[in-house]
Each structure stands twice: as C-alpha cells, then as structure tokens.
Design a protein around this ligand. Sequence first.
Ligand SMILES: *Cc1c(COP(=O)(O)O)cnc(C)c1O
Length: 408
Amino acid sequence: MLDETATPITAPPAGNRLAPNYHPLQVVLAHGEGSWVTDTDGHRYLDFLAGYSALNFGHRHPALVAAAAAQLDRLTLTSRAFDHELLHPFARAVTELTDTQMLLPMNTGVEAVETAVKAARRWGHEVKGVPDGDATIVVAAEAFHGRTTTAVSMSTDPEARGGFGPYTPGFRIVPYDDVDAVDEAIDASTVAVLVEPVQGEAGVRIPAPGYLPRLRELTETAGALLVLDEVQSGLGRTGATLAQHRSGVQADLTTLGKALGGGLLPVSACVGRADVLGVLEPGTHGSTFGGNPLACAVGLAVVDLLRPGDLQARATELGQEMAERLDGLVDEGLLARVRTVGLWAGLDVAPGLGLAGRELCERLARRGLLAKDTHGATVRLSPPLTIDRADLHHGLDVLTEVLQDAAR
Ligand SMILES: *Cc1c(COP(=O)(O)O)cnc(C)c1O
C-alpha cells in the first residue's frame, strides 16, 4: 500500500554534476514493476506518467524483459553495415500493425521526426519537383516534436526555442486545429503538413473530429504529404493502435517512438508510403544504432502485445472510467477543464485553487502518485495501459483528495 508519510521533495544532491536541463520532482527511484515504482527509501508510487507513454506496458513487462534477455544472449548490435535476422521481421511486424508499407528504423522520437522531414523534403524535390532548398513544411503552434535544432525550429515554445538560433528554415507555423490556416499556408513549395493527431506536450489537446480528415483532403489536393507525429499518441494510448485511425485517416508518413521501445530502450521508426521512404537511398540517411537486434527484439515483442487489440480496448474502457471521474472533478469545481482520449488526460486545475501544476504534482508525489505538469496549471495523466482497474481508481482517489484539500 501507499506510504502516507511525506517523502521529502529535496534539492539535487550536494556536489551535483548533472546539467540542469530538467527540473524533476525529487523522487529518487530505484525499482519498478508494472504500474508501481519504489524509491531509494522504499516508498512506493503509482506511476501516472508512464514515461510520457514510453511505459505504455508498465515497468519491466515480463514479455518484453524476456525478449530483451533472450536477445542479449544472441546478438545486440551489427550496425546497418550488415543485416541481421530480426531487421526485416521487425519492419514487417510494425508496418502490418500500423497498416503501412515501409519502415525506417531509428532510436529516439526526434530522429523519427527528422527522418520524416528529410524524406518529405527529398520526395518534394525528386518527385514533386520543388527546387532543392525551397521546400516548406506546414507545422502547428504549440507542437512538440523533440529537442534537436530542427525540432525546436518548428516550436513556438519560448523555453524550448529561445537562444538556440539560427533555426532550420522552411517551416510555416500555423495555429493547431485550424484547417483554414493550413490551407492558407500551403503553396507550390509545400512538401508536407506535419502535426500531432493529439498534442501531448501541449496538455493533451484534441482537435475537432474533422481536423485530420480535412488535412488529408487538403494535402491530397495540394500534392503534399500528410505527416503525423504519433511518437506519443501512437501504439495504444488513445484506444486505437494509431490515433489517426480513430478518424479514419492514413498519413503518408507516421513517426513512432516512446512505447515502441517498451520502456526498455529507445526504439523509433518512421513508417509510411514506400514511394516516399523509398527516396532515401543508401548514404542519404541512417543511424548506427537504428534497427539494432536488441531494439528489434523488443519492438517485435511490443507488436506482439499490441496485435490482439486487447490493450487498445482496455485503454478505451479504462479511459472512459477515468474521464467520468475527471468530469466529476470539473463538476465539483476542482478542475477548470479536462480533455481525455483513450487512457490519456490533460487537466487544467481550477484557477480558484491557486495551485500550479507543479505544486499539484509535488503534493501528488508526497501521496504516492507520480504525474507531470506541462504548462502552468495543466497536468497530463497517462497511466500504463496495463494498469489494474483498482490501481487506476486508487490514483484518481489520491488526485481527488489532494484537490479537495487544496480547495479547503
Ligand atoms: C516525445 C516526443 C518526441 C521526441 O521523442 P524523443 O524520444 O524524446 O526524442 C517527438 N514527438 C512527440 C509527439 C513526442 O511526444
């Protein structure tokens, strides 16, 4: 059970040598199993962040650990200079799961996005005939596509972007969930529209139901690619294998990451049309570690977990229960707004509580529940898709109590 004694939320250790590019809750974790983690003092916490969806299957899922352990005893790295026995099976499994034609393996999410950008630009040049250097890609404000120079060049977040110029040119940033703005931004130089089907980092912003279908039509008419960044929304989180499938849309390129590595190691990929990824001939793009045997073994086991569809159904079912409870907190006046899709929620604390998202997360951590604020008073909940129903409700009980205490 939860340890109700307050865990100190302390400063970093004396003599800190770690670069200060994060401001974590000072919970020092030592062990994880399923939906639970334990700190170095033995306090247990229920993990409602789940590595921003990298831990969709919980901590150390037995099937994933077994697949990794077996592969550790066989072969771990070849580099792409040589083929290995799991590379083609991995490409087949992920493309079949996502209903796509071709896969390019990378490691981190931002590399999958970089891959999509390069493929779109090269396709635009070679197939669409856009002069090299003129290609534009329409992206959305408040998006999150990662932290490299090119990814922050697409960002409107001053913290993510400020001071890192010069930026990669060629991005046109328009408001999210605004089809007309995309329409206006598209011209003959546009090779792609690149958005998240649900904006995760922005606080689980869910666009209007017609947004993706209309982007699909617009891009088709304009002869541009639709690229959907599903690094966070993909692989079961929204109740579908891909969030885009919920609106019946198939992107030309889709980026996958986070959960593809099963919470064990970084595994990402760009999947999509063979005639688009096919422009990346030998020498044009790659990665030393992308598609390594260990990554493929884990990725194959991840696909095995998702193939039956039970976890997606579970995300829908448990997500409905979570949404009902969070709606109740809105009715109580404790939350201003809630956005939920699948087992994924963005909640805005009611301004009357005077409680910043960060402070809420610190109080939740003291009560044994881990979650993460995004911006201001917004907190994102993304428990493992494998979470026990009782644990989910327990976490929501803790959230309710902490908010009720704050309102007193
Ligand atoms: C997390 C994330 C990324 C970046 O993934 P990394 O593995 O941190 O590089 C890109 N796009 C989206 C939508 C994400 O949520």
